[in-house]
Design a binder for this molecule. Structure first.
Ligand SMILES: C[S@@+](CC[C@H](N)C(=O)[O-])C[C@H]1O[C@@H](n2cnc3c(N)ncnc32)[C@H](O)[C@@H]1O
Length: 344
């Protein structure tokens, strides 16, 4: 996420659990839509010491309500530090009472985060209104779907910028390929195409222009899950940008397509029948990568850190990523021209 903030020309300051940046209101929608790895985006809107109901009313009245079309409901999340549970309970009760007096409309619900630190209450609004990985299109999924924010981190790990030829040979419900395709759209957005308070934005479907060079190929040996991926891509408005191939990894690139970026989220654990099976699949994948994608950048998600040594990659790096409960290793590098340890 820090790289994304840097790329946007912002100067992030590290704070507990995230990064703090200053963004003009007019840029907020674009910035939020560009942060593909962020779990949540909160916009700080008010802060004051609150000792009684009057001070709380004043704080809540000072929020920029006029900016937001009348929401169906206002949901409040709390983060409390250095305050008794009695104070936290009182604040929650009073806030609910005050907000219930506000008129409601039929626009998207508004989510506020109230951070209590001792006497102080800071109010932020959740720019997306929900976790950022919920992009809105994945209403169907296969087994072990990837969080979209982790998919974004994998795309960053291979240096994907929306123009290169990309391959996901084990695409499942299509998360990586669809994320990649929507990046291309993002590059062509104008900030006023999106509404800051209903982010993540609904992507405006459009025909991919001919000048877009890099193709996206996504394959899976399970035709049923591939059909799910296709429907997800349609919902995201990017179906025409992805070439879906129902085939085993070794026969997906028979047409000579040569990717410059490869992203893979192989099955693992019980789904695969254990470690040996997972190892065999990794070896098979390695052989195919050497044959079909030598020289490409690759990112593989694995529960085993040592997979970094088993893949045919040079300059391999491994880092832990939180995949929503499970901690996995994101391994990245460049696919070698030939298997390690062999000479021509
Ligand atoms: C962990 S899932 C991928 C999940 C996906 N990233 C998502 O977000 O839905 C792994 C996928 O690999 C596919 N797969 C397993 N072995 C394969 C092989 N040898 N060739 C192609 N696909 C394979 C499975 O059918 C499964 O859909």
């Amino acid at each position: 996420m820090w790289d994304e903030l840097d790329a946007l020309g912002l100067e992030p300051e590290t704070v507990e659990g995230g990064a703090d940046v200053a963004v003009p209101w007019s840029d907020l929608a674009h910035v939020t839509a560009s942060l593909r790895c962020a779990a949540r985006v909160y916009v700080r809107v008010a802060r004051a010491d609150v000792r009684d109901a009057q001070e709380l009313r004043r704080l809540l009245a000072s929020l920029p309500w006029a900016l937001w079309p009348l929401p169906q409901a206002v949901t409040v999340r709390w983060a409390v530090r250095k305050a008794t549970s009695a104070r936290a309970g009182w604040l929650a009760h009073e806030t609910e009472r005050i907000l219930a007096l506000r008129p409601s409309g039929d626009h998207a619900p508004l989510t506020l985060l109230m951070r209590v630190t001792g006497p102080e209450v800071e109010v932020s609004v959740d720019a997306a209104g929900r976790p950022m990985h919920q992009r809105g299109w994945r209403t169907e999924q296969g087994e072990a779907p990837l969080r979209e924010t982790v998919a974004a981190a994998m795309l960053h790990a291979v240096g994907y910028d929306g123009t290169q030829a990309l391959w996901d040979p084990m695409c499942g419900s299509g998360t990586l390929a669809i994320e990649a395709a929507t990046w291309r759209q993002l590059a062509q957005w104008r900030p006023w195409d999106v509404d800051a308070w209903t982010l993540p934005p609904r992507f405006v479907p459009y025909e991919m222009p001919q000048f877009v060079r890099g193709r996206i190929v996504a394959g899976d040996l399970d035709p049923e899950v591939l059909a799910v991926a296709q429907r997800n891509a349609e919902r995201a408005g990017v179906a025409t940008a992805i070439d879906f191939r129902p085939a085993e990894v070794a026969s997906q690139l028979r047409d000579g397509f040569r990717p410059s970026c490869v992203v893979v989220n192989p099955p693992w654990g019980k789904r695969l029948g254990g470690r040996n099976e997972a190892r065999r699949l990794l070896q098979r994948l390695s052989a195919v990568l050497l044959r079909d994608a030598a020289g490409a950048r690759v990112a593989v998600l694995s529960p085993e850190p040592q997979a970094v040594r088993e893949l045919p990659i040079t300059d391999g790096k491994s880092r832990q990523v939180d995949c929503g409960g499970a901690s996995l290793y994101l391994i990245s590098g460049t696919i070698a021209a030939r298997a390690p340890g062999r000479t021509r």
